[in-house]
Structures are given as C-alpha cells and as structure tokens.
Design a protein around this ligand. Structure first.
Ligand code: FES
Length: 131
C-alpha cells in the first residue's frame, strides 16, 4: 500500500521519505539541463558563404561570429540597415514588432539583427563583406 501523505504513511506504519528540494538544487538542475542547441546553417547569397547559428543567435550575430559583416546600425530592429531577403528557410523574431511592414514580411524581407533561424536558411545580402 502506498500512502500519499506523511501522516497517512505513519498511521499505516509505513515510512515516508520526504525529499526536500532547496532552491539551489533546482537552480543546479536548470543549469545542468544542457539542452542541445540546434545548429542551423545560414547560406549567404550571392557570395555563396556559409556560417552556423543556434537558437540563441540573431542572423547578424551568427554572421559576425563567422567573420561576415552584414550592414547594421541599431541592432534592435528599428533602423532597417540590416534588411535582407529570406530566400528559403524559416526565422523567428526576438522582438514583437520588428520594423517591417506586413507586405515586406510577406515579400521575404527580414531584419537580420533581430531574426533567428529556426531552420537552415538562405538569405540574400549583396552588401555583406568578409571581415
Ligand atoms: S541593425 Fe537596425 S534594424 Fe537591424
């Protein structure tokens, strides 16, 4: 017989192991989860360059880490300097209201500074340069 509470367990003559979790235990467990980051490939056209990205990087950050500079300025989705065309793949935005119109989004325009890949992507960035 299995009792659900310590009082019922004692009344039934059973021992009851009460496991207490400290806040630190939960924090450690959270840190140790180490869920794999999905590595996505970003393919730049027309240069035919590639870089890898993860769930946590914007397209701009991923490019910069791999020595590719996409024109940028504000890095917060407002100035539109980093605007590029998504040729294929899927992205998600790190902010709720990236500075693009609905028509621009439908036409495939994305803001690399606040867009993250959620699949392998191909983007058209003629002004990108190697640094
Ligand atoms: S750098 Fe300004 S919108 Fe991306």
């Amino acid at each position: 017989m299995h009792c659900k509470s310590p009082a019922r367990a004692r009344a039934a003559g059973q021992t009851f192991n009460l496991v207490k979790f400290r806040r630190e235990d939960k924090d450690d467990a959270d840190k140790n989860m180490n869920l794999p980051k999905k590595p996505w490939t970003v393919h730049f056209q027309p240069q035919d360059w590639m870089c890898e990205t993860t769930d946590e990087l914007s397209l701009l950050e991923a490019a910069l880490l791999d020595g590719i500079r996409i024109p940028n300025s504000c890095r917060n989705g407002t100035c539109r300097t980093c605007m590029c065309k998504l040729v294929s793949g899927n992205i998600i935005y790190q902010i709720e209201w990236p500075g693009l119109s609905q028509e621009e989004k439908q036409d495939g325009w994305v803001l690399a500074c606040v867009a993250q890949a959620s699949s392998d992507v191909v983007i058209e960035v003629p002004a990108a340069v190697k640094i």
